[in-house]
Design a protein around this ligand. Structure first.
Ligand code: H2U
Ligand code: ZN
Length: 365
């Protein structure tokens, strides 16, 4: 009898960060596709769009006028999902329990938008190294500024890129939502990292990084400060986990060389993404840093998740429906194959339309 080989047979894998399982069905990768085909995004956008709410000097939807900014630009979201307590809402501590069965509580917070640069047409892999460093420093500054407030427990930095991900504007930007409670995803990760730390007296993601570096089969790209890999438990076809090589808890802990390293790695990962199907690759990405809840978080390891929806081409996406919505996530392409496909791609963006000094960083790996 043939031995059971997980690489060509259905199996499930445990996500050590969330405690949830993913079903992997490698034997199904070649199934035919007669479903929805997405539109390919416009290849060339103008450097400045007079109708864009985020371009320098333009009026936003809420009526405010953007300055003629030249680097990153941060503003309070005009349609914020969370509002600070100053707006009259009670803080969580002041909340009364709901009547009997149903539970609700106040959620104070602050939402901001971070434009990457004045350029309407340049995403992370097309910006220069120093421009992406400015973005990383802005995320760290925002994390510090918002995380220090006493009514904030968690700062979520994220980017929603592309119409396919519901981004309302093509001008490259990210968002920062700071909330009074720790949201669901970081809360699961907090539980898993704390349990692991107490059980093993070592950090979960330090151990994952060491194991992945040893085996190298799921590595995508690395430099002396950060490593990108397809996690063993990836759900999205080309999902990537970015880990700091040093055990740090937050963006605010990064040294200037680590900021350089993170900017370099983000440019390399996103260039590979764009190169994969020669399209501006949509994704949601975000950083998971330690909660700013006044506790010491020695268990927490700074990381970023990239969740991109594309599966086979610029026009065929993975849908999280049916079994995924009702039972558990499922994937056909193995994380090992996805890593291999991303690993062999060039760091040089296929449009090679880089601006500024763009010397990049020639880390010898
Ligand atoms: P998304 O592209 O991910 O939707 O993010 C854009 C954010 O920018 C969105 O949260 C805000 C929206 O509320 N926004 C403003 O605050 N002012 C504007 O003039 C346009 C968009
Ligand atoms: Zn714009």
């Amino acid at each position: 009898m043939r031995a059971y080989n997980i690489l060509d047979s259905p199996h499930r894998r445990l996500n050590l960060l969330t405690g949830e399982w993913v079903l992997v069905s490698p034997q199904r990768a070649q199934r035919p596709w007669l479903g929805q085909v997405e539109k390919v995004p416009a290849e060339s956008l103008p450097a400045y769009d007079p109708n864009c709410y985020l371009c320098p000097g333009n009026k936003r939807a809420g009526g405010a006028q953007n300055p003629h900014y030249t680097s990153t630009f941060v503003f309070d979201n005009d349609f914020a999902a969370l509002l600070p307590p100053a707006s009259g809402l009670p803080t969580p501590a002041a909340t009364e329990p709901g009547p009997n069965l149903f539970v609700a509580e106040a959620e104070p917070g602050i939402c901001r938008v971070v434009c990457f640069s004045p350029r309407h047409d340049l995403n992370l892999p097309e910006l220069s190294q120093s421009q992406v460093e400015a973005v990383v420093r802005t995320w760290a500054d925002q994390s510090r500024d918002l995380g220090e407030r006493d009514f904030i427990s968690y700062v979520q930095v994220f980017e929603n890129k592309g119409a396919l991900m519901g981004a309302s504007n093509p001008h490259p930007h990210s968002q920062v939502w700071a909330s009074g409670h720790i949201p669901n995803e970081p809360a699961k990760e907090l539980r898993a990292q704390s349990e692991y730390f107490h059980r093993h007296q070592s950090c979960l993601l330090c151990d994952v990084l060491a194991a992945e570096t040893r085996s190298s089969e799921r590595l995508v790209v690395a430099n002396p400060h950060f490593t990108a890999l397809v996690p063993f438990w990836a759900v999205w076809p080309f999902e990537v986990l970015v880990l700091s090589n040093r055990h740090v808890a937050a963006l605010t802990d990064l040294t200037p060389s680590e900021v350089t390293g993170l900017a370099d790695l983000l440019r390399r990962v996103t260039a590979r993404y764009d190169n994969l199907f020669e399209t501006s690759f949509p994704y949601s990405m975000g950083f998971h840093q330690a909660p700013g809840d006044g506790q010491a978080h020695s268990e927490w390891h700074l990381h970023a998740h990239f969740y991109p929806p594309l599966l086979r081409s610029a026009t065929v996406r993975k849908f999280m429906v049916g079994y995924e919505m009702l039972a558990m996530p499922q994937r056909d392409l193995t994380p090992e194959t996805a890593a291999e496909r991303l690993r062999v791609l060039s760091d040089q963006h296929y449009r090679a339309a880089r601006v500024g000094e763009d010397a990049g960083h020639n880390y010898n790996l």
